[in-house]
Design a protein around this ligand. Structure first.
Ligand SMILES: Cc1cc2nc3c(=O)[nH]c(=O)nc-3n(C[C@H](O)[C@H](O)[C@H](O)COP(=O)(O)OP(=O)(O)OC[C@H]3O[C@@H](n4cnc5c(N)ncnc54)[C@H](O)[C@@H]3O)c2cc1C
Length: 382
């Protein structure tokens, strides 16, 4: 940290030290006074969200984080085997992915490394919660950071919401959150097991939703079920007995979990959502705070890193007296959301055999509109 900085005055204050906030801090901190406020002292030990697509490597390289990332023991993704459009398993070899194979992350290590990198570049990380955000007469943002019962006043030229799906800062500033079809993710972490060497990603559609499972670098395994947040049976699957009984009725998932069980089923909201406005005068949102994807897209971490990197360029422009960069940022974020919606509708239209079940009926597009959706994607270069 630059010791010449007046205490509590920053160029940029970022709320949230997840991948998006840290990517932004890494890109900006070398030349700017950057504060990152995070409510959790340590990145959590077990966290779902472990598949990183190969397309993330060029972003990590732009952030100067690729070499450290490649030495960190995250495991290259194996093939994906899915029973989606039909009950017949389909293999997709990750080696054929033009962007590279991608990784299964040790997510806690990944998040912790990003925090360390941001601090090493000169960002100041504070543990606490931001409150009472208001714009002063000199057009800087004034806010309190409350930590261990003490509140301290800070100011910043630009504030960034990198706080994930809750997007608390943006909502304090008047933005609203728009949710697509709400999804709940119920998941378990299985302990490492000597016999489990299976590196495949397994994805399987079921009448009530879909499952996936991957082996993590520690040798443990994530097993996750995605259902509609309004499904009348959602509470029933929180019971580990019911969860594993349902998992064992799905042949691909049953094949990778064997006889293993776990004592608790965790639940997280996982539907796609976005802010009505991802940016405004003197502020912007990055990562999930701006746009959060349904996990079927496996795009959240890529977008968190990419939008953090892009957000840093926008802020450098604002601080250099070019605030119009915000307009372009808002436009591009809107385009990301629209492309995602088309992709998601096409993906969820796949399992014809379940089309009358409420989960799929709510998410699919009619076959009459599919060609138009595909044409829109092709026109957008996807
Ligand atoms: C079930 C599920 C499975 C997923 N699987 C994948 C996957 O396989 N691959 C993938 O790429 N993505 C996946 N994702 C998405 C991915 O985890 C997110 O997109 C990614 O974590 C977004 O990063 P972020 O930095 O924007 O937000 P987050 O990772 O949510 O980080 C936000 C940070 O802000 C902090 N914070 C929040 N509010 C405040 C506040 N008021 N004050 C201070 N700090 C605050 C939080 O503590 C947190 O540290 C999944 C998501 C879910 C829900």
């Amino acid at each position: 940290m630059n010791t010449a900085i007046p205490p509590g005055h920053w160029d940029v204050a970022i709320i949230g030290a997840g991948p998006a906030g840290c990517a932004l801090a890494c890109a900006l901190a070398p030349g700017h006074r950057v504060l990152v406020v995070e409510r959790h002292v340590e990145a959590s030990r077990l966290r779902i969200g472990e598949s990183l697509p190969g397309a993330a490597l060029p972003i990590l390289a732009r952030l100067g984080l690729d070499a450290a990332f490649l030495q960190s023991g995250h495991t290259p993704r194996g093939a994906t085997v899915s029973a989606w459009d039909t009950a017949e398993p389909v293999w997709r070899d990750s080696l054929r992915d033009p962007a590279g194979t991608g990784w299964h992350l040790d997510r806690a290590r990944f998040d912790a490394q990003l925090r360390q990198a941001a601090a090493a570049r000169g960002a100041t990380l504070l543990h606490g919660a931001v409150q009472h955000v208001a714009r002063g007469s000199d057009r800087t943002w004034q806010f309190d950071v409350e930590s261990a019962g003490l509140a301290r006043r800070h100011s910043a030229q630009v504030v960034v919401d990198a706080g994930g799906r809750s997007s608390r800062l943006a909502r304090l500033l008047g933005a609203t959150r728009e949710e697509a079809e709400p999804v709940l993710c119920l998941h378990v972490f299985l302990q490492p097991h000597d016999d489990d060497r299976d590196q495949r990603t397994v994805i399987e559609a079921a009448p009530y939703g879909w499952w996936y499972s991957v082996r993590t670098p520690s040798g443990g395994r994530v097993v996750a079920l995605h259902v509609d947040a309004q499904d009348p049976h959602r509470r029933q699957w929180r019971d580990p007995g019911n969860f594993f009984a349902a998992a064992r009725q799905c042949p691909l998932v049953a094949g990778v979990i064997g006889a293993r069980t776990a004592p608790t089923v965790e639940v997280r909201p996982a539907g796609a959502s976005r802010l009505s406005e991802p940016a405004g005068t003197g502020w912007l949102a990055v990562g999930d705070a701006a746009v959060a994807f349904d996990p079927i897209a496996s795009q959240g971490l890529f977008h968190a890193l990419a939008s953090g990197h892009h957000g840093a360029q926008v802020i450098a422009d604002i601080l250099a007296g070019r605030p119009s960069a915000l307009v372009q940022y808002a436009r591009e974020t809107q385009a990301v959301w629209e492309r995602y919606r088309v992709h998601a509708a096409l993906t969820y239209s796949g399992p014809e055999r379940f089309r009358r079940h409420p989960f799929w009926a709510a998410r699919r597009v009619s076959h009459a509109t599919l060609p138009a959706q595909r044409a829109a994607l092709a026109q957008a270069g996807h």
